[in-house]
Design a protein around this ligand. Structure first.
Ligand code: NDP
Length: 455
């Protein structure tokens, strides 16, 4: 895949980048290693100051950064601005909390003094996707750099300008040279990097095949990874739910980022008693969404990031229909205009046992299922290989408890949509990956949790 900016709204190639040569990659890895030796000696106060400065730059220049994202991957400008603001938030969060998260912890034992000490690991490789091209990177970098690690970013090949802008932010914020570098390289270079002794661990957000491939490469070297992969999150609505609020949230939860979010609600599992009403209300709302230029203020849905994503989504909908599903609205790419546009789509009557019902639809397509009761809802919610997030709607206390207890996912949101928050851990189970990002758990992923025992 070429490393290039191709505007998904027009299909126009705006800029092509030459991938780094092997010698250039080696030089950057060496610089990262050298800077780690010094950077690990810096204090939390110094790192905090730099990270707070990164937050300031993000806030001051959010319109410029947002525009780069929209041009490279098609998210609406307003959502891109919100993404930059969230990056500033995660920087501030770790600037303020890292020292306490990583403070020594005394544990009483037979020693005269025993305690836990958290130390940085070294150079961490981050393989990141295009869907939240700023957020995914800052979510990794803020805790990693506060812990004293240094970062190498291999960003998705379709967002090189985002990758370079992020490197520049850390540089201008004052972080020492080499503490955060972008590598403009293709995916085929990742396994070699994992075999390099100077790289100690890696994190990847993206597809299952990419995650599995990184896990194999790092497994061979016995190196730690954190994987945040796909999901097909259920959005369960039971009889006692506030239907107005559930439907309004369902639209946002499905359409976020033009439908391309790992934690977007993808399978709507609705109790029979309210299913007709839910379907009617959702359909009405989907049909009012405005699809178009993501730079325009009144656009709800922009293009999908790449022609491949569009093609994959079209194929999935086609397979669903061939297997008996019905399309209520949408269902065909908008071919009479340039760009990767796919309309808001609702699919009903998809056979639950068909493999297509268990796949992730990475675009604005909602799959609607009807269930008799909570037992059937939980069974269907869990009957997929993924386990990232789940949103469930009910006002019955016993049902809330069962949903929290029995849903197989890294997060359950009751009467709200799944979202990430710097204060709460984020990650999945099953084929959605392992490890956690954000919160105290996130900063503990890439540190040596050292036991110290003294007589
Ligand atoms: P990928 O998983 O292919 O890309 C994500 C990142 O992984 C990119 O930096 C990519 O580099 C890199 N990568 C790809 N293959 C490998 C590999 N074998 N070894 C190491 N790194 C690799 O996502 P796609 O863009 O192809 O999207 C396909 C599907 O992935 C989507 O339909 C969706 O299901 C899922 N996805 C999930 C995301 C999430 O947030 N969990 C985010 C994005 C996608 P390069 O760009 O150079 O190929």
């Amino acid at each position: 895949m070429a490393i290039a900016t191709i505007n998904p709204t027009t299909g126009e190639t705006l800029k092509v980048f030459k991938p780094l040569e092997d010698g250039e990659i080696a030089a950057k890895v060496e610089l990262a290693q050298q800077s780690f030796q010094e950077y690990r000696q810096t204090s939390f106060e110094e790192r905090s100051q730099w990270l707070l400065q990164a937050a300031n730059i993000l806030e001051q220049e959010k319109a410029d950064f947002a525009k780069i994202m929209t041009l490279e991957m098609g998210k609406t400008l307003k959502s891109a601005i919100a993404e930059v603001e969230k990056c500033a938030l995660v920087c501030r969060y770790y600037a303020e909390n890292a020292a306490s998260f990583l403070a020594d912890v005394t544990v009483k034992t037979d020693a005269s003094h025993s305690f836990i000490k958290y130390q940085p690991l070294g150079v961490i490789l981050a393989v990141m996707p295009w869907n939240f091209p700023f957020w995914q990177v800052f979510r990794f970098a803020a805790p990693a750099l506060m812990a004293g690690n240094v970062g190498l970013l291999k960003h998705a090949s379709n967002v090189p300008q985002c990758a370079l802008a992020i490197e520049d932010i850390f540089h201008r914020a004052g972080f020492p040279k080499g503490v955060f570098q972008t590598l403009l390289i293709g995916a085929t270079k990742v396994a070699d990097l994992m075999a390099d002794d100077r790289i100690k661990a890696a994190t990847l957000t993206g597809s299952e095949p990419a995650g599995a491939s990184l896990a194999v490469a790092s497994g061979k070297q016995i190196k730690k990874t954190v994987l945040e992969l796909g999901g097909s999150d259920p959005f369960i609505v039971l009889e006692s739910a506030d239907l107005e609020l559930a439907v309004a949230t369902a639209v946002t939860a499905r359409m976020i980022n033009n439908g391309q979010s790992c934690i977007a609600a993808k399978r709507f599992i609705i109790a029979d008693q309210i299913a007709d009403e839910f379907e009617k209300m959702l359909l009405a709302k989907f049909q009012t969404l405005k699809i178009g230029d993501p730079l325009a203020d009144d656009t709800d849905i922009g293009p999908l990031a790449t022609p491949d994503i569009l093609q994959d989504l079209e194929n999935q909908v086609k397979i669903a229909v061939e297997n008996g599903a019905k399309v209520l609205t949408g269902g065909n790419a908008l071919k009479d205009q340039p760009g990767n546009f796919y309309p808001p789509t609702i699919i009903i009557d998809i056979p639950v046992e068909n493999p297509i019902a268990k796949e992730e639809f990475f675009g604005p397509v909602a799959l609607l299922f009807r269930v008799r009761d909570i037992n059937e809802a939980i069974k269907l919610a869990n009957d997929i290989p993924f386990g990232l997030g789940a949103s469930a709607w009910t006002n019955n206390e016993a049902e809330k408890n069962r949903l929290i207890q029995e849903i197989e996912a890294g997060a359950v949101f009751i009467n709200g949509m799944v979202k990430s928050d710097p204060r709460l851990p984020f990650g999945g189970i099953k084929r959605s990956g392992y490890g956690r990002e954000l919160s105290i758990q996130g900063i503990h992923e890439f540190v040596n949790i050292k036991t110290v025992w003294m007589r």
